[in-house]
Write a protein that binds this ligand. Structure first.
Ligand SMILES: [Mn+2]
Length: 430
């Protein structure tokens, strides 16, 4: 493909410098895994089939409520964001889809945008609606909520926007609508906690009714922010109740940062899958709350345990298993391309490690109440360095063995800094 942003020769030359060491490491790991009855090439095939979407908004530098510090060469529109997402996918070969957000990514011709993405080797993933901020010229404010607002006009406007997102998504080739609302309260007594949920369910049912037959509506819960006393879809319990009431096309989406502190998120994954309601997952990491830090940067073991449940669900599906995986991070102090390359690697590593778990041994230990051996089945897989498997899968798909080194060598950001207009200062995204 000639439209790809990074020179294929540059990637090939860089890989040629690394290939001998990689083959050495891969062969050595293959022997180690073979002693445990695992075929390394079978794991590599699984890794090659794994993918995670990147969010269009993640291509820009995020920010906090206090400030945003843009970098030269940052993308300023959806076309430039797609270019940067294409760099990530070209080097990593694991992020072939972009999750767009409206109205931020609005253009006049979505069929042309789909073709533009395809020419860059990209497709589109779940469409994200935005009823958590007002847009210029908007008739009704979302200051007091959107799908759950007391104002019937605001609710209707939010329904209409979500249906518009479905229509856009149809043109882009998406099949999921992700709905996160900022609705909630900051003071006790501000709203009736039951009636606000009634209003949300009524409005969400109107959106649900507009879904095409093969589409899903992914409900993303979040415990706090921007509302700090209560949110309407606050936790996985509220989410699954709403999804069950809406119907089979409504599923729950788990974002790693949207829970109370210390919640057992891997158990939530298992619970939602048990009831056929796990529709999507947003990867990031956190230390304190919804920090939106890079995946695997703070608690890689938790990410592994989440993937242990996801792979268990994949291998033993209860009621179908087809979750939409996406990176959802805010890159405040790094080059977003580098953060997403590093995060895609961390996520895929956990998928590979979870695929190495000896499930027969795990299940036997669980059945026999052998706690230590059950734990060791997980620990053995977690301790294996799977980097050579990922690197080889990437290289065979045309990607880079050392993604960050090739990215820096390409001088992509420096070149874009000459071409793209500067991003203004100001507050960050949420
Ligand atoms: Mn999210």
């Amino acid at each position: 493909m000639t439209g790809l942003p990074i020179s294929a020769d540059l990637i090939a030359q860089a890989n040629a410098r690394e290939i001998d060491a990689l083959e050495d490491d891969y062969t050595s790991l293959g022997r180690k895994l073979a002693r445990n009855g695992i075929d390394i090439d079978a794991i590599k095939t699984r890794v090659a089939g794994f993918s995670v979407a990147v969010p269009s908004w993640g291509a820009g530098r995020g920010g906090t409520r206090f400030a945003k510090f843009p970098i030269p060469g940052e993308p300023t529109n959806i076309h430039e964001k797609l270019e940067d997402c294409a760099v990530i996918n070209q080097l990593s070969r694991v992020t072939p889809r972009v999750s767009p957000h409206f109205p931020w990514d609005k253009v006049s011709d979505f069929n042309a945008l789909r073709e533009e993405a395809a020419s860059l080797g990209l497709g589109f993933d779940a469409v994200n609606s935005n009823t958590f901020q007002d847009q210029p010229g908007q008739a009704h404010t979302y200051a007091n909520g959107s799908l759950s607002s007391q104002d019937a006009g605001a609710r209707a406007q939010a329904v209409e926007h979500n249906i518009e997102c479905i229509e856009i998504g149809k043109q882009l080739g998406s099949r999921d609508l992700t709905v996160w609302v900022g609705d909630g309260t900051n003071f006790p007594g501000q709203q009736d906690l039951a009636r606000s949920l009634d209003r949300y369910l009524d409005a969400a049912a109107e959106v649900y009714a507009a879904l095409p037959g093969d589409w899903r509506m992914l409900l993303e819960h979040k415990m706090f922010e921007p509302a700090f006393y209560s949110t309407v879809i606050s936790d996985w319990g509220s989410s699954i109740l709403a999804a069950q009431e809406l119907g089979p096309k409504a599923k729950c989406l788990v974002d790693l940062g949207h829970h109370a502190p210390n919640v057992n998120i891997e158990q939530i994954v298992a619970r939602l899958h048990r009831f056929g309601k796990l529709g999507g997952f947003h990867f990031n990491d956190s230390k304190y709350g919804d920090d939106d830090l890079d995946s695997g940067s703070i608690n890689p073991h938790q990410l592994f345990l989440v993937f242990n449940e996801l792979v268990e669900a994949e291998l033993n599906p209860r009621d179908g298993f087809d979750p939409a995986y996406m990176i959802d991070q805010s890159h405040n102090v790094t080059d977003p391309i580098e953060s997403m390359l590093s995060s895609a690697e961390a996520i895929t590593q956990c998928y590979a490690k979870a695929s190495l778990v000896d499930r027969a041994a795990l299940h036997a230990a669980q059945e026999g109440n052998d706690t230590m051996m059950a734990f060791q089945a997980l620990r053995r897989a977690y301790n294996i360095d799977v980097a050579p498997i990922l690197a080889k899968a990437r290289m065979e798909a045309g990607g880079a063995i050392d993604v960050l080194a090739v990215y820096r060598e390409s001088k992509w950001r420096e070149r874009k800094a000459q071409e793209r207009k500067a991003v203004g200062l100001g507050a960050g995204i949420v």
